[in-house]
Design a protein around this ligand. Structure first.
Ligand code: GAR
Length: 210
């Protein structure tokens, strides 16, 4: 029996290339989901334009009064919008703000994030640059469930990217993003098919059709 598509709410702050990879994966039949809405905390974030181009409801929601976290009245506004669009899972896609317990409690075990490093190495901002500056030979990306910490939630999947001698911050980030665009749809498809289970810190992914 075919499952209903998973209703995803995407939250971002920037270019939205990861959101685009989800839109493309859905169109290609690789991701059984529907993007119910896109929310940005930056008024002119390109992610909003991408969403509107595809007929997806897209909103800038004022994140005030906090600078680095989503909390208080803003958090309530975000939760209400996600609920009003029937969202079942939230995909943070370049959302540059820490989400707090209110949102996590509204969507328990259903808030995911993509991070541009192989966690637990290099949490926080500009992670690919941190890896380059540190001299790491392997970088990558991580899709994980979000918990109350910063980039600390249970890891769903990771993809590695070798660091080249001549890499700049821009070239390394671009190659990491290629892997992000494969990893995020794959992780969300496993969620959509009910193939993810969390056992302590470990996320078990059942094989498709198993
Ligand atoms: C992505 O590389 C994502 O991993 C990163 O922001 C970029 C957003 O790109 N997220 C973080 O650093 C979160 N800590 P996009 O807007 O093109 O999807």
């Amino acid at each position: 029996m075919k499952r209903e598509p998973l209703n995803i709410g995407v939250m971002g702050s920037g270019r939205g290339s990861n959101c685009q990879s989800l839109i493309d994966a859905i169109a290609a039949g690789r991701l059984n989901a529907r993007i119910a809405c896109v929310i940005a905390d930056v008024p002119d974030a390109f992610i909003l334009e991408r969403a509107r181009k595809h007929g997806i409801p897209a909103f800038y929601l004022d994140p005030a009064p906090f600078k680095t976290k989503l909390d208080g009245v803003a958090e309530t506004r975000y939760i209400e919008t996600l609920r009003a669009h029937g969202v079942q899972a939230v995909a943070l896609a370049g959302f540059m703000r820490i989400v707090k317990n209110g949102l996590l409690a509204a969507f328990p075990q259903r808030v995911l994030n993509i991070h541009p490093a192989l966690l637990p190495a290099f949490p926080g901002m500009d992670a690919w640059k941190q890896a380059l500056d540190y001299g790491a030979k392997v970088a990558g990306c991580t899709v994980h469930f979000v918990d109350a910490g910063t980039d600390t939630g249970p890891i769903i999947l990771q993809r590695a990217v070798p660091v080249r001698e001549d890499d700049t911050s821009a070239t390394l980030h671009a190659r990491i993003q290629e892997q992000e665009h494969l990893a995020y749809p794959e992780a969300l498809q496993a969620l959509a098919e009910g193939r993810l289970s969390v056992q302590g810190r470990r996320v078990i992914i059942q094989a498709p059709g198993a």
